[in-house]
Ligand binder design. Structure first.
Ligand SMILES: Cc1cc2nc3c(=O)[nH]c(=O)nc-3n(C[C@H](O)[C@H](O)[C@H](O)COP(=O)(O)O)c2cc1C
Length: 406
């Protein structure tokens, strides 16, 4: 079943049901362009045989970065480099889609001290994020236009689809959440108003890329925060998305304040309740989605065993399996897994033992592996967790200095 093809509503065909979910690469050059490193990474990922590779988030404006190493899709001049990246990424006949994102208040200070956001609700984490400026109507219309420009560039460069990132606490997810969207105009308040920006972007991107080009949306099941975006609200958004021309809905969860998509914290009762004993954290939410939507559905987070993937595909809980970290730690084994010759992708759990450092250590560990792969190096498992946890901050600082971001 994992090896069965899937025809998307736009007519595009994915060769099988395994998808590499987005993982930020952090390796753009000083002009925010992709590098040979991107080509190498995706050429190698293409070799895994996964039907679809989704790139790490690319950004729309050079101030609103998730990483100082993001690629920014804002300039036709970089088309030759984008084309080489797309070419490498579909070398083995798979799809490669670009994940387009705006970081909003989750833009760190290396990008700007005054990020744009729906409202002036600051993200307080290690002093890394400035107080946001509430977006004007003009700012919002400008962001819509930037999503359209990025999607057009992606298509022109030969990428075979786009994903609009509306999860994990980035700008579109900030608009959806009542914790970060306090607006009193038609962009805030009711869930219909909070979804307006996402829907307008989808419609304008669809107009720009035409009816045959895949568009996906990545959405949170919930923010896992008191007063935040809930499962019920997420279902309301899915109902609205169901009326749009979308080819794939990917479900994840969490924000920078609660990295549920990344580390499933065993002590967290809310997470425990919603994940039960099944290995994929958001799978129980899939059933509810199926009752309100016909959009092809993918869940990402925690999938590691062949039988479980087969079970949820066979009984129709999901249409696609999203995986991220195994494409780093088990990169050489994915093709065997797809062929049903390997029952389990062994999780590599990386922990410092110090609660405050866990996110950073895990993030640093995976970031370092991606950077290694981009240089043609192999996986290195014996890394010092504490060093991994400070690596990211130092790496980002160095990248930001090289780009003269401050
Ligand atoms: C190093 C790393 C970078 C990530 N970057 C992104 C990203 O750019 N966009 C995104 O939507 N999710 C990102 N994620 C989250 C993954 O797409 C995925 O949701 C998460 O890792 C859970 O899936 P897994 O258990 O298969 O790893 C990232 C995860 C990792 C490990």
């Amino acid at each position: 079943m994992i090896s069965t093809f899937l025809t998307l509503p736009c007519g595009a065909i994915l060769d099988n049901r395994l998808v590499k979910s987005a993982m930020t690469e952090r390796i753009s050059n000083n002009k925010f362009e992709p590098t040979k490193g991107h080509e190498r990474l995706y050429r190698d990922w293409s070799k895994t045989g996964a039907g679809l590779l989704i790139t790490g988030n690319v950004v729309l404006d050079r101030k609103h970065l998730e990483s100082a190493g993001n690629v920014c899709f804002d300039d036709k001049k970089m088309l030759p480099k984008l084309k080489s990246w797309a070419e490498a990424g579909k070398k083995h006949g798979n799809h490669i889609w670009v994940q387009i994102s705006h970081s909003g208040r989750q833009t760190n200070r290396f990008g700007t001290n005054r990020p744009l956001a729906p409202s002036e609700v600051q993200l307080r984490k290690l002093g890394l994020f400035g107080k946001p400026k509430a977006m004007t109507e003009q700012d919002i219309l400008d962001v819509i236009q930037r999503f359209v420009t990025a999607a057009k560039l992606a298509k022109e460069a030969g990428f075979t689809g786009v994903q609009i990132h509306s999860a994990h606490g980035y700008l579109l997810s900030q608009f959806l959440s009542p914790n970060t969207n306090m607006r009193l105009d038609h962009w805030g308040g009711s869930i219909e108003n909070r979804s307006r920006l996402l829907l307008m972007i989808i419609r304008d991107v669809r107009k720009a890329v035409g009816k045959d080009f895949p568009i996906s949306v990545k959405l949170n099941s919930t923010d896992f925060q008191r007063g935040g975006f809930t499962e019920n609200e997420s279902l309301e958004v899915v109902k609205m998305l169901d009326r749009e021309k979308i080819d794939l809905l990917e479900i994840s969860g969490g924000t920078y304040e609660k990295l549920a998509f990344f580390i499933m914290n065993k002590e967290d009762s809310e997470l425990k309740k919603s994940t039960k004993q099944r290995e994929a954290y958001f799978i129980d939410f899939a059933k509810k989605i199926r009752t309100v939507s016909k959009i092809p559905l993918m869940i990402t987070g925690g999938f590691r065993s062949y039988d479980f993937c087969k079970e949820v595909l066979t009984n129709g809980e999901v249409d696609l399996i999203g995986m991220a970290r195994p494409f780093i730690t088990n990169r050489e084994e994915i093709s065997k897994f797809l062929a049903g010759e390997l029952p389990h992708l062994k999780n590599l759990v990386f922990r410092t033992g110090l609660k405050q450092f866990e996110d950073a250590a895990e993030g640093g560990f995976y970031a370092r592996q991606i950077i290694r792969f981009s240089k043609g190096k192999e996986l290195k498992t014996n890394m010092n967790p504490l060093w991994c946890s400070i690596f990211l901050i130092l790496y980002e600082f160095k990248k930001a200095m090289a780009k003269k971001l401050f």
